[in-house]
Design a protein around this ligand. Structure first.
Ligand SMILES: Cc1ncc(COP(=O)(O)O)c(C=O)c1O
Length: 336
């Protein structure tokens, strides 16, 4: 029996979609991560019950931190981007978390910069607040250890490839790190939107809207580049096709980063006949009904989509590119 809702929400489902394709499906991914991070801060005495935890978020981390704070009797203050929607705003308010939402800003880089500046102002006014730094503090890896154990037990690591969108890098990085502790041959495939600096694709932009939660316009300390074997860059249109196919074919209703990961995972499955591919579904489809699912008639059959095999980052092209990363260090470390 769970002792708090956060424990139930945090536990992912493992769904075998076919003999070599497995979906690791979260209702809201970062709950396990935020719970373990807050627990760790309390255990080490870095914070005390009743303290205020603050961070910036574009969506699911805000909800995860609010739940973790509710569970552990902490206060929660979020500096949210414009992508925090009405449903989340309402939940945060009732959960007791406070939210400052930034003015609409078309420029993602500016939006991220403004949120970080605002956090610094808040910390100057309230030096007793603790800044969680989900993009930089590796305590956000800790909660995925239990998830990796479940994957090891239920799926096994022999010939396993893990595929997932990279935002802060904590989920994919932690899964690979914990799984490789017992089997260094586990492969890791990261999924990115175009325009993201994380793996050096800032020079190619996607004309459609961004894929919430993955990619970045500023470098993040929690991304461990040396863990990734392969990268896929997926456009909004291709991710939409992936999301719609995943619901149609497998009845999994998930978000846009999941559609992108599913597309990449199917490709990795098809090119490696002896491997099992597990992809991460970070959130449900509800937030994406109008922007993605209502446009299902625009989805292209997945058989028509294949990635451009890019030898280096300068060869990346829309709508979908794949590149070997070979566990290189740092975004700039890859030959360019
Ligand atoms: C929808 C969605 N998918 C994927 C991710 C990436 O997860 P991580 O930050 O662990 O790299 C996020 C992160 O915010 C997200 O919101």
């Amino acid at each position: 029996m769970d002792r708090h809702m956060a424990e139930a929400i945090g536990r992912p489902d493992l769904i075998r979609l076919d003999d070599r394709l497995v979906c690791l499906r979260f209702e809201t991914m970062k709950v396990v991560s935020a719970l373990a991070a807050v627990r760790h801060l309390l255990d080490t005495g870095a914070v005390r019950p009743g303290d205020t935890l603050v961070d910036s978020s574009s969506g699911i981390y805000a909800y995860a931190l609010a739940l973790a704070c509710h569970r552990h009797g902490m206060r929660c203050h979020i500096v949210g981007s414009t992508t925090v929607d009405h449903t989340l705003r309402t939940q945060l308010a009732v959960l007791g978390a406070t939210l400052e939402q930034m003015e609409p800003c078309a420029d993602l880089k500016l939006d991220q910069k403004r949120r970080v500046e605002r956090i610094h102002e808040i910390l100057a006014e309230h030096p007793e607040y603790h800044w969680m730094r989900q993009y930089h503090d590796d305590i956000h890896y800790l909660g995925y250890r239990g998830v990796a154990d479940r994957v090891r037990e239920a799926v096994g690591t022999d010939g396993l490839t893990v595929v997932g969108g990279v935002g802060s890098g904590a989920s994919t990085g932690a899964l690979a790190r914990y799984l490789r502790a017992s089997d260094p041959e586990v492969e890791l495939v990261g999924v990115q939107p175009y325009g993201s600096v994380t793996f050096g694709a800032e020079h190619v932009s996607d004309p459609e809207i961004i894929i919430a939660g993955i990619g970045s316009s500023i470098p993040f300390g929690n991304v461990s580049h040396e863990l990734y074997d392969v990268l896929h860059w997926v456009s909004f249109d291709a991710a939409l096709s992936g999301s719609v196919d995943l619901l149609r074919r497998h009845a999994v209703f998930a978000g846009l980063s999941t559609g992108a990961a599913y597309l990449a995972a199917r490709h990795e499955r098809d090119r490696a006949p002896h491997r099992t591919v597990l992809f991460v579904a970070a959130d449900t489809g509800h937030r994406y009904v109008d922007t993605v699912y209502a446009r299902h008639h625009e989805a292209r059959p997945l058989a028509e989509l294949t990635p451009n095999e890019a030898p280096d980052r300068h060869a990346l092209t829309l709508p979908w590119s794949r590149m070997h990363w070979n566990r290189a260090r740092g975004a700039a470390a890859h030959p360019s």
